[in-house]
Every structure is written in C-alpha cells, then in structure tokens.
Design a protein around this ligand. Structure first.
Ligand SMILES: Cc1ncc(C[n+]2csc(CCOP(=O)(O)OP(=O)(O)O)c2C)c(N)n1
Ligand SMILES: [Mg+2]
Length: 802
C-alpha cells in the first residue's frame, strides 16, 4: 500500500481502502479461527490424546458475514446470537478487537478458556446471547426485540438506544420447530429491528440439505411480514454472467442440485470444467467463457457465492433502511477457503498439520507468529490498529449493563383470611392483584406473561388493572359493545402483561429475554410467567436455555399434580418437582399455604435482582448470587392456618422447610410433606399422635433448596469447614438416627426420598409415579396412595419394620 493510500485509509474516507482492510481482516479471522481449533487439537498438551474438535468447516462458512458485521455494520446497541459452531470465529474477532485474551483463545475448549459455543456466563468476551442448542438463540433475538420495544414503549430506553437484534443462523437450524413458533409470535407482536442472517451453506451435520426445502423459505418469511434479501452471487460471478455464455452459466448454477454443487466445490477446477462442458458446453459463448479461466480461476469463480463476497455482503447489510424484520439468505460454502470445502463429511473435519502448514504459508503468516494480530497483512500495522480502534461496534466502553436494585416497599402478607379455604393459585392471583394497586417503582417494573393461560392461572386481576401490552392501542371490543365481563382485555403501550400464544417454548424464551433486560438494556424488569405445570416439559429446553444465560424471572406453574383431579392425566404433572431440583439457576418451591407463598414471593422479587455483590454469611445455597424462581402451585383449596409467621419461620420457609410439629427427642418417626397434600399429612399426624405423641410433622416448602444446601454444606466440610451445617441437617439432626420418615407429596416421590441420607433415617416415600387420571381428589389420593390412610399405613409399617 502506498503512503498516500495509507493516509486516506487513516482518514477513514475511502471506501476502497476500507474494503482493503476488511478483506485483510477477513483473511485474518479465517486464519485465527482455524488456528485456534488446530492449536486446541494438535498443539495444546492433551493427556487423553482425544481431539477436542472445533468445527473448522462451520467457521469458514461465516467468516465473511461476521467480518462485515463486527468490523463495519454493527453498532454497540446491536445484539447478536452467533450460530453455535461459529464460536471460534466470534472469539477470534473479539481477540482482534481487544476484547478476548490470548490465554483464553489458546485455551479454547479447555477448562476456563474460550467456550466451544458462545456463552454469556462463561466467556469473557461479551457474548450477547448464548447459543448451543440450535434454534434457540435465533428465536431469542425475536423476543429480545419484543423486550426492547416494551422498554421503548415505556420510555425506559430512548429511540437511539434501540439496537438491531441479529441472529447468525445455520441453515439446518431452520429445521427446528421452535423457529416457526417464534416467527408467528413475532408477527403478532410486530417485532422490528430484527435481522436473521442465514448461512446458507446447504450442509448440516450429517449431510447436504435437501434442495426442495429451500424454495419454501422465501415465501414463509415473506408471509410473516419479513423482507427477504438473497445474497446469492459474488461480484466475480455477476461479472461473468454479463459475458457471452453468462446466461447459460447462471441457469446451470441455479439448477444445480445442492449435493452436486458441494461435491464439485470439493473436487475443484477440473471437475467444474468437465461438468460445465458436459451440461452447457454447446450453449453459445460458454466454451470461450470457460477458456478465460484456468482451473484455479474457474474454481474461484464458481465458489464466488454472495456470502463470501465482502462487497456483496456489505452492500446488502447497508442497504437496509427500514425497521422491518429482514432475513438475509447468504449463499455460502461450508469450509470455504479450507481444503475440505464442500465435502459432506466436513462438519467434524479437522485439518491435518500439513494442511495447516499450507494454509499458514498461503496466508503469509510467518512461523512462530501464528497468534499475531497483524502478521501477514498487507497493511502497515499502525494503520491496521487505527482502523480497529475506530470500529463502531467497539466504540462503547460497556455493552453489559446492570440496573439498580428496586426494593419491595413492604413484605407481602397472605391475602386470605385465616380459616378460610383457598388454593395457592388463588393466593397468587390475589397477591398480584394487590400488587397491581400499589403505586411503586417495583410494581411498574413487574411484567407478566402467559401462553394463553392468563385467566386460568389467576392473572386476570393483575391484567385488569395493569393492562395488556401492545405497541398499538387496541380497545376491548366486548366492553365497547357493553357485553358484561369480569375481564378487561384492552391493549396499549403502557400495558404490563405480554400475552402469548399457547406455544410454551415461547414463554421460556420470552422470560429469558425479559430476564436479561437489566444486562442487555440496562433496565430492570421483574418478569413473572405463568404456565400449567405439566407443560413446563413442552418448553424445557428453552427454560434450561434461559437459566443457562442467567436470565432472571419467576415461573409460576399451576395447576399441578393429580390434585387437578377431574381434568385427568393429560394435565396432571408428576415429575416437575424433579425438574425443579435438577435445573441449575432455578430455585423451586412448593408452598402449601397463602402465608408461605407471600413470604416466598416477597423473597423472590429480591432474589431475582441479586448479583453476588453483597455476600451473605454461611451462604451454602449461593443465595447472594441470586437466580430465578419456580413456584409450583395448586388449585386445591385448603384451610389457611391462623398464625403470624415469625422471622425464624419466614427464614425457614425460604430455606425450604420448618417443623409444623416439632418432634419429641425420642420420636420414632416423623411425617414430611410438601405442597397440596398438607391436609392429609396433618390429618395423619393428628391420628398418629394418639399412639405416638412425639411424632414430628415437617412442612417442606422447597425440596430443591434443602437438597442444594445439603450438597453444598457437605462440599464445604470436605474442603475443611467442619462446622458447616445445612438447614436440612439442622432440622433432621434433631431426630435420632434409625428413626423413620414418611414423606408425601403430589409429585414424584423421589423428590423427598433422599431425605433419609441426611441424618440416617429410613424413608417411606409416598407420591405419584404413574400417569394420573380423572376423579375427585379423595379417590385419586387414595388410589395413588397419598391420602391420610396410606400415610398412616406407611407409619405403621415404619414402626413394625424400622
Ligand atoms: C437442539 C440441537 N440438536 C442437535 C445439535 C447437534 N448439532 C449441532 S450443529 C448441527 C447441524 C448444524 O448445521 P447448520 O445449522 O447448517 O450449521 P453449519 O454446521 O452448516 O454451520 C447439529 C445437528 C445441537 N447442537 N442442538
Ligand atoms: Mg449448514
């Protein structure tokens, strides 16, 4: 480069020179991502000798697209979900931008190093959305765009602070059904500033993608109100199409099946020539057109697809001048620029040391300078670094925000009078209704959502006061027409409930996006989502995905268990308490009474907002770090106790259990219950006390937190803190070893059966482990063995056979 050209570049006025640097960066990104993977597999000490993998081919496919985005198109408020297998490309780009360390890159896929799949919580280089389970990151961008609009409607963010929500999508990701659920929901909410950039390499993991499929996508996106921009041909191909014979060449390319195209990419120039001559050699001008290229030149021409042509890609991105959702279909070649380009088996392919050496020489990287940011570039290093310093995406100091904690004005109390009959679901509805009446910042930041079960999960009162969210005002037609209804169903930008269609997966994706609002948009939201408990399983991967990203929300799942008696087995959840225990990042509770729920909801609204900045003493549960909450509620009305909970009881409810009846020192057994079966446990305990006056009755509000505390306290003791004691240990150490526990819950019995291991009691675990069925509560409880009679039988058995 000449000095004057370098000056022009430094002045930043010259598109041609900018293109020059971007092309150099494109090569650098390809090299660094391939090298990072090579280093992890061939050079880093690896005692097991196992290859750690890394997807060189998937990376090569998106190098141009990501170079264009990160080094030119993106602005700091934009947010990107990068397809899982492009993780090394993302890390290489962040390394060039100074946001990723060399150590982390060198430790790619090793403990503590750059992650195999981009991770918000584990990677150091500011991942916007974690990806890994294909399809979820893509859909997440649509919900993030909805959240951004929600915040904008409330004037929590300004127009200038609104970014584009962008997904870089692998073409096989479009097989995931969750994408279509998200597309429909996005259409309903008129999402905008949303880009999906499709890496159309026509290859998935196993094979080449069927041709017929892709004809459908343009229509599909257009039907959903999207603009579709196809980036099919690079500039070289476009120029060739203008020459004599070019029309025939274009038709041949358009008609060529995916698998043949891929195979020819792999085989190279001679094979292209043979096939082209055989197919269109007789067409006017074709022979002389092909004669203009030697074999290497012909291979370069035929692989000059739009997604590998920086100019075409930049043109397409920069041409967008509306907020309409846009899908870019960028034609690419999996493994482009690498020796296994196009081969159908290239997904897990790794370049050999010899192939890597050839690539190094081709990229002009001197030996020993493989990690250098600027080696091998045909640009003066200081200009290169000046260019990097001016990259718009990198201009903000922080892209990860945090919002101040919003305190609860006063603790919530049970909305149900003592002695009256009420279910936990009803209590939840009433608590939310009373919150809806309060004028306080906290209540203004609560946002509720539900997949078409708003009314049936008792959110109706809240919605009546706070309204449904929509960017556009929509009147309640029934009200306008004077049709009497308890429920107001009007929508407006000020509404605080986001109504979703039935697809539960979308609920969890939206909770994920709402629950990251503080970090993504710098604005605190307190999301509460309701769902029928059994249908958590429908959206389980998305729930896990939300937790994996450390999104913060409250999930209220109701009805649950066979207590939903007449509705039958299809709606009765069984294993969800185990999901609550097994899911990291989610504290699961199953309260029995309204006053317990009030304590838990108050605590949850604070717990959501914690971030580890205020350490707690003896924090076995990691409570200082905060997390999300799952409240498993029931529709079964039960008598509310007459009591005023003291501070100790409130604390114990949050820790997961308290003695409703303290055991006598030598009590031979205790009954332990969780949730809606409280009346049966109490009845059995009353009857039992005639023969065993000292028997204990333990109310479990969270098997999950008892278990987690026990595990963490045990680990602390192993690490040299002998006095560490979990809450469940303090409770059960009150009992003599060898005594018995009879546990009962309307859910899988394994959720409480482990309690015997804590202090050496024998457990008889009652619960539900077969599909439910219709009936009344009494007959179902008897049938499944969670009634007072069966509890007593189990107690008798425990005493006869201790
Ligand atoms: C839900 C889920 N199922 C399966 C996988 C395993 N898997 C990873 S990538 C992939 C296909 C990738 O194809 P594509 O999206 O076209 O990306 P490319 O490799 O072409 O870049 C599969 C099946 C996964 N990561 N997530
Ligand atoms: Mg693909």
């Amino acid at each position: 480069m000449t000095v004057s050209a370098a000056r022009r570049l430094a002045a930043g006025h010259d598109d041609e020179q900018k293109g020059h640097v971007l092309r150099a960066l494109e090569r650098k990104v390809l090299w660094l991502s391939a090298w990072t993977i090579h280093h992890a597999n061939h050079l880093r000490a690896n005692s097991s000798g196992l290859k750690v993998g890394g997807h060189q081919a998937s990376c090569a496919s998106v190098v141009t697209l990501m170079t264009a985005l990160y080094f030119d198109v993106l602005r700091p408020f934009d947010r990107v979900a990068v397809k899982p297998h492009a993780s090394p490309v993302f890390h290489a780009i962040q390394y060039l931008l100074g946001n990723q360390s060399l150590e982390n890159l060198q430790a790619f896929r090793a403990m503590g190093g750059a992650q195999s799949y981009p991770s918000r919580t584990k990677d150091a280089d500011d991942v916007d959305f974690s990806t890994g389970s294909v399809g979820l990151g893509v859909a997440m961008t649509s919900f993030a765009s909805l959240v951004q609009d929600y915040l904008y409607s409330k004037r929590f963010v300004s127009s200038e602070e609104r970014g584009r929500m962008i997904a870089l999508v692998g073409d096989a990701e479009l097989d995931e059904g969750n994408i279509y659920e998200a597309l429909l929901e996005g259409w309903k909410h008129r999402v905008r500033k949303l880009w999906w950039v499709l890496d159309y390499n026509r290859q998935s993991l196993d094979a080449v993608v069927a041709d017929r499929l892709f004809g459908r996508f343009t229509d599909l996106f257009a039907n959903m109100g999207w603009r579709v921009e196809t980036i099919k041909y690079g500039k070289k191909l476009l120029q060739a199409f203008d020459k004599p014979g070019g029309g025939a060449l274009k038709r041949w390319i358009d008609d060529c099946p995916n698998s043949l195209y891929s195979a020819l990419v792999y085989k190279g120039g001679a094979a292209w020539r043979e096939h082209l001559l055989e197919g269109i050699g007789d067409a006017q001008g074709v022979r002389s057109l092909l004669d203009d290229y030697d074999n290497d030149g012909l291979a370069a021409l035929m692989t000059n697809l739009g997604g590998h042509d920086l100019e075409s890609v930049l043109e397409a991105f920069h041409a967008v001048d509306s907020e309409q959702p846009t899908c870019f279909v960028a034609y690419t070649i999996k493994g482009f620029g690498l020796p296994f380009a196009g081969h159908k088996d290239n997904h897990a392919g790794l370049m050999s040391p010899e192939q890597m050496e050839t690539l190094r020489i081709r990229h002009g990287v001197p030996e020993g300078q493989e990690w250098s940011r600027d080696a091998g570039l045909d640009i003066p290093p200081h200009l290169f670094s000046e260019f990097l310093d001016r990259v718009p995406f990198n201009s903000a100091r922080h892209r990860r925000f945090s919002a101040p904690v919003i305190p609860l004005p006063s603790p919530l109390t049970s909305p149900i009078p003592a002695g009256s009959l009420a279910s936990t679901q009803e209590c939840f509805g009433r608590l939310l209704t009373s919150l809806s009446r309060e004028k306080h910042e906290l209540t203004d930041r609560i946002v509720t959502t539900s997949p078409d079960v708003t009314i049936s999960t008792n959110l109706g009162g809240w919605v009546n006061r706070r309204g449904i969210y929509d960017r556009q005002v929509q009147e309640d037609v029934f009200k306008e027409e004077h049709v009497a209804s308890f429920q107001t169903w009007a929508a407006s930008p000020s509404g605080q409930h986001i109504e979703l269609g039935i697809a539960e997966n979308n609920l969890f994706l939206l909770l994920g996006a709402l629950g990251l609002s503080s970090q993504l948009f710098g604005q605190r939201l307190l999301p509460i989502g309701t769902v029928y408990d059994p249908f958590i399983q429908r959206g389980l991967d998305a729930l896990n995905y939300a937790c994996y990203q450390d999104a913060r929300f409250i999930l209220v799942a109701t009805p649950s268990g066979i207590s939903l008696a007449p509705e039958g087995g299809a709606h009765q959840s069984i294993s969800t308490p185990l999901i609550g225990m097994g899911q990291p990042g989610l504290a699961a509770f199953e309260p029995a009474f309204g006053d317990e729920l009030a304590v838990l909801l108050s605590w949850s609204l604070d717990y959501l907002q914690r971030d580890g900045s205020t350490p707690l003493p003896d924090d076995w549960l990691g409570d200082g770090d905060g997390g999300s909450v799952y409240l498993r509620l029931s529709t079964r009305p039960i008598h509310q106790p007459a009591r005023n909970l003291g501070a100790d009881q409130r604390r114990d409810i949050v820790y997961g259990a308290y003695w409703l009846k303290k055991p006598a020192p030598n009590a031979p057994l205790s009954i332990v219950y969780a949730g809606a079966v409280a009346p049966e446990a109490m009845e059995a305990h009353d009857l039992l006390s005639e023969d065993f006056p000292g028997a204990g009755l333990l109310a479990v509000t969270s098997a999950d937190r008892l278990y987690a505390g026990w595990q963490r306290a045990s680990a602390a003791r192993r690490r040299g803190r002998p006095r560490a004691r979990a809450h469940v240990e303090q409770l059960l150490f009150a009992l003599a070893p060898g005594t018995s526990l009879v546990t009962v819950t309307d859910g899988h019995p394994a959720s409480l059966a482990w309690l015997g291991s804590v202090a050496g009691q024998r457990v008889r675990a009652l619960g539900v482990d077969r599909f439910g069925q219709s009936g009344d509560i009494e007959s179902l409880y008897r049938h499944y063995g969670i009634d007072a009679g069966t509890i007593l039988d189990a107690c008798a058995q425990a005493c006869l056979d201790p």
